[in-house]
Design a protein around this ligand. Sequence first.
Ligand SMILES: Nc1nc2c(c(=O)[nH]1)N[C@@H](CN(C=O)c1ccc(C(=O)N[C@@H](CCC(=O)O)C(=O)O)cc1)CN2
Ligand SMILES: [Mg+2]
Length: 286
Amino acid sequence: MTATILDGKATRDEIFIDLKARVDALKAKGITPGLGTVLVGDDPGSASYVRGKHADCAKVGINSLRRDLPADISQAELEAVIDELNANPECTGYIVQLPLPKHLDENAALERIDPDKDADGLHPVNLGRLVLGKEATLPCTPRGVVHLLRRYDVPIDGARVTVVGRGVTIGRPIGLLLTRRSENATVTLCHTGTKDLAAEVRRADIVVAAAGVAGLITADMVKPGAAVLDVGVSRTPDGLRGDVADDVREVAGFISPNPGGVGPLTRAFLLSNVVERAEQLAAESV
Ligand SMILES: Nc1nc2c(c(=O)[nH]1)N[C@@H](CN(C=O)c1ccc(C(=O)N[C@@H](CCC(=O)O)C(=O)O)cc1)CN2
Ligand SMILES: [Mg+2]
């Protein structure tokens, strides 16, 4: 069997066509959505993700607000920038690029974001609303995973899903989306304390690999026909590597490549969150 490719770039392009039309409609009402980014330090990966986000903004007509800060900035200086974006009417929503340098308190920074401007859906208020089943800004990578599964008609209702990795951007929140009544999956969350990872992965209809360990998921661990979403990224001497070994595509039914799978959708849903917020503001102002 050779897996069907879950093509993140083609799916992203479809989403951008829709977003551009919605941004044009907002502009006709005098509203231009603006995405802010806060980047601390000079990590090349983070800098490249932020550049990508602003390049995407230009494609759909969203304004960009960049706040690039030195690596040795203090917590108080970082929070002053967050306060400025909270107050800035040109900023519809923004993100603090993660990870932050070790001396900074990431959770305190995320909590200081105005929850209504939290374009990442990672503020405790939005994650709490998601837990409670209330309307919330949804985290971008989990939204991308669900969208990609639906786009390719991968059955989710009743599926067994194994998530590998407990990070805040994907591993923790993805189960909250997939166990909503509208998705109705059964989710197991694995991490470094899991006793038999291979057994947990092998029983899954859908595997979401987000550990950041290159080649962690091998062909012998995957149930034939399963959907495997490769979300983790490692920077190795051979370049960027995903969590999923190359030969998994001979066993899986569906596979999201890395790069070119979930990553482009993380960025697309960031813009989607900003456009949705701008549409809410437009509706409130009439
Ligand atoms: N505040 C946030 N920080 C981080 C997030 C996040 O969602 N919010 N996620 C990751 C990084 N990230 C976005 O910030 C991200 C990572 C990867 C991609 C992507 O499109 N990847 C491409 C390959 C890119 C390359 O070649 O370098 C792909 O998968 O095709 C987008 C966004 C951690 N931090
Ligand atoms: Mg820290």
